[in-house]
Design a protein around this ligand. Sequence first.
Ligand SMILES: Cc1cc2nc3c(=O)[nH]c(=O)nc-3n(C[C@H](O)[C@H](O)[C@H](O)COP(=O)(O)OP(=O)(O)OC[C@H]3O[C@@H](n4cnc5c(N)ncnc54)[C@H](O)[C@@H]3O)c2cc1C
Length: 311
Amino acid sequence: MSLSLMRSMLLAASQNRWLRDHATHYRFVRSTVSRFMPGETFDDAMQAAQHLRGKQIGTVFTHLGENIKDPTEAQQIAYHYLEVLSRIQQSGLRAEISIKLTQLGLDLSPDLCFSHLKNIIERAPKDSVVWLDMEASNYVDATLELHRRALKLFPNVGVCLQAYLFRTRGDLAKLLPLRPSIRLVKGAYNEPPEIAFPRKQDVDDNYFALAKEMLIAKKGNRCVRAAFGTHDLALIRRLSDFASAEKIGKPDFEVQMLYGIQRAEQERLANEGCTSIVLVAYGSYWYPWFVRRLAERPANLWFMVRNVFAA
Ligand SMILES: Cc1cc2nc3c(=O)[nH]c(=O)nc-3n(C[C@H](O)[C@H](O)[C@H](O)COP(=O)(O)OP(=O)(O)OC[C@H]3O[C@@H](n4cnc5c(N)ncnc54)[C@H](O)[C@@H]3O)c2cc1C
C-alpha cells in the first residue's frame, strides 16, 4: 500500500465517530498516545513544561478539542484557557497557548467565537503570543478574518499557515503588511488536489519558499515572530543556513515541534541559542488529533502494533 493511500485512510479514520468512541478505550492505543502527550490533564502538561524549561525549551499549551457545537462547551473552553493563562503567570513559565477556533464556537457563530478569543487575548501577557491553529481548508477564510480582527486590537495574536495549500503564498503576502506573528506548518488535513499540493516534494519546496519570505520579513522587522512548526531536519538545516547567511540572530530563528517528536533536535536548537518551543497537548478529546499524528508518519502504526503485544 502506498504511503499517500495509507495517509488518506488514516485521515479518513480521524473523522470516524465509531472508531473514536471505541478505539480510545484500548490500552495499546492509549499507551501509543502517551508518546505524543504527557497526559490528559493540564497538570500533566505543566509538569512536562517544567521539565522542558530545564532544557531552555519553551512551551505552547493546547487543550485538545475541535468542532464544538454547544455554546456552553465553547464558554467552558474559554474559561479553561483563562485559567491556564493565570496558571502560567503564577508559575513564571515562558509558555503560550494555541487554540483551535472551532473549540471556541466558530461553527456556531464567528461573533461568539471572536468574543471568547478577545477575552482570552486580553488576559494574555503582552510579551507572549496567543496562537491560532489552522484547521481544515473550509475554515481558512474564517480563521484569517478573525485573526485580522484580533490583530487590529492586539499585537500579540499569531496565526498558523499551511504550506500545502496553493492559496498560502497569497495569504502570507496579505498578512505581512500587518506585522504578524506566523507559525508555518506543512498541513495536517486531507485536502483535495484542486487546492493543495498532492506531492510531498512540492509541499516541502513551497514551505522553504514561504519560510524564506518570513525570515526576510523578520529581519526587516515586518514580522513579530516567524516560527517554523516542523520536525523536518533537512528543512530546518536549510532554513538555519539561510538565516545565518542573512545574518539573522539565533534567537530570531524559531522552531516549534510537537511533544515527543525529534527530542534531540529540540535540545540541539535550544543549546545553539535558537528559540526552541514544544507544543504540549492535553485533554481527553485526543482521538482525531492523535490519528493525524499517525498519518504524518505511518511508521507510528508499527509502534502501536508493538504496544498490542506489550499490553
Ligand atoms: C508546533 C506545531 C503546530 C502545528 N499546528 C498545526 C496547525 O495548526 N494546523 C495544521 O494543519 N497542522 C499543524 N501542525 C502539523 C503539521 O501540519 C504537520 O502535519 C506535521 O508537523 C508533520 O510535518 P513535518 O513538517 O514535521 O514534516 P514531515 O515531512 O511530515 O516529517 C519530517 C520528519 O519528522 C518526523 N515526524 C513528523 N511527524 C511525525 C510524527 N507524527 N511522529 C513521529 N515523527 C514525525 C519524521 O521523522 C519525519 O520524517 C503543527 C505542527 C507543529 C510541529
